[in-house]
Design a protein around this ligand. Structure first.
Ligand code: AHR
Length: 312
């Protein structure tokens, strides 16, 4: 590769790749399994050897994984960072070792590692827009912009780009479009179903009059719905739930009426990643961000039923 080892100003250029390294932040639910399968399938289809690591939701583990993968001298490193800040230094270490990096799904803090300079590009969904779409759906479910109601928000992993951006997109959209809908509690449930259930069962006792729940992912929403039903609520009628991802379980809840809407976060990033890698190897300029397009699934307009066969 045309790169000075240790240099931190020059983007690494390579024209051929055989060995690809893949640092996954966790394998803990339908979304991550679908993403992993998509990366594996596409790597195989392109004839690459894939070196894999799974950090089990640990920043310490993921930094260690990336350092180990760097030592294996892959031609390219793909990283799905657990949080925005923690893996940035390891990404810079890869670049210093002349290994080009593509950041996948979750972004890194741009002030710590910059696309086009420190890594080739970021490929992933627009999490901020997902949050805005979730707010629009929840506002609609509660009767429109002039509604007065209280809701709670179950956040994803603290410090992760989807939690930061979905939260920001949702909160901003709600405040500007429906100021009468107030978020009375915002608590993390780490993108996990069991934690979503635990957190929701406490919140519903503290705030029995809430009319809505926004969960940053489907897993937490499914846990929350279980907790709401156990507390005597009727999700879909006396309380509305909206979440993000597009898992089979959540889309089925939309179809049964217990969830109002699911905003898609398409985990099948493999085609976009390997198509972008092809362009990179040909020396083409890459945008700083390759955006994965997402939709909204509801019962009323038939979009949830149409999407169900593709759900993961
Ligand atoms: O980074 C994407 C998010 O991570 C998905 O919404 C979630 O399900 C996963 O844990």
């Amino acid at each position: 590769p045309s790169c000075t080892p240790g240099s931190n100003t020059k983007l690494v250029k390579i024209s051929k790749a055989h060995k690809i390294a893949w640092s996954q932040n966790a394998l803990d639910g339908a979304w991550r399994f679908a993403e992993e399968a998509s990366i594996e399938q596409q790597a195989q289809q392109h004839g690459y050897q894939l070196l894999k690591a799974n950090a089990n939701n640990s920043d310490v583990q993921q930094v260690q994984d990336i350092e180990t993968l760097i030592n294996d001298r892959p031609d390219v490193l793909l990283v799905d960072p657990h949080t925005e800040d923690a893996e940035a230094k390891a990404i810079l270490d890869a670049r210093k070792a002349c290994i080009p990096v593509i950041v996948v799904d979750r972004d890194v803090n741009e002030s710590l590692a910059t696309p086009g300079r420190d890594f080739a590009t970021f490929i992933g969904s627009d999490f901020n827009k997902q949050g805005q779409l979730a707010a629009d759906a929840l506002i609609e479910s509660l009767g429109g912009p002039s509604t007065k109601a209280t809701i709670v928000e179950l956040s994803g992993t603290t410090g992760s780009s989807p939690a930061i951006l979905r939260g920001g997109g949702f909160d901003g959209e709600l405040a500007s479009k429906a100021p009468g809908i107030k978020i009375v509690a915002e608590q993390t449930a780490n993108f996990a179903r069991a934690t979503g259930q635990q957190v929701m069962s406490t919140l519903i006792q503290q705030y029995p009059n809430i009319k809505g729940v926004f969960a940053h992912n489907d897993e937490m929403a499914i846990g929350a719905i279980t907790a709401l039903k156990a507390s005597g609520k009727h999700p879909g009628s006396d309380i509305k739930v909206v979440s993000i991802d597009g898992t089979k379980d959540a889309v089925n809840l939309v179809l049964s009426g217990e969830e109002y809407a699911v905003v898609q976060s398409n985990p099948r990033l493999g085609p976009l990643v390997f198509q972008t890698l092809d362009q990179y190897l040909k020396g083409q300029d890459l945008p700083a961000w390759v955006v994965q397009q997402d939709k909204v699934f509801k019962k009323a307009d038939g979009s949830a039923a149409a999407y169900l066969p593709d759900a993961f």
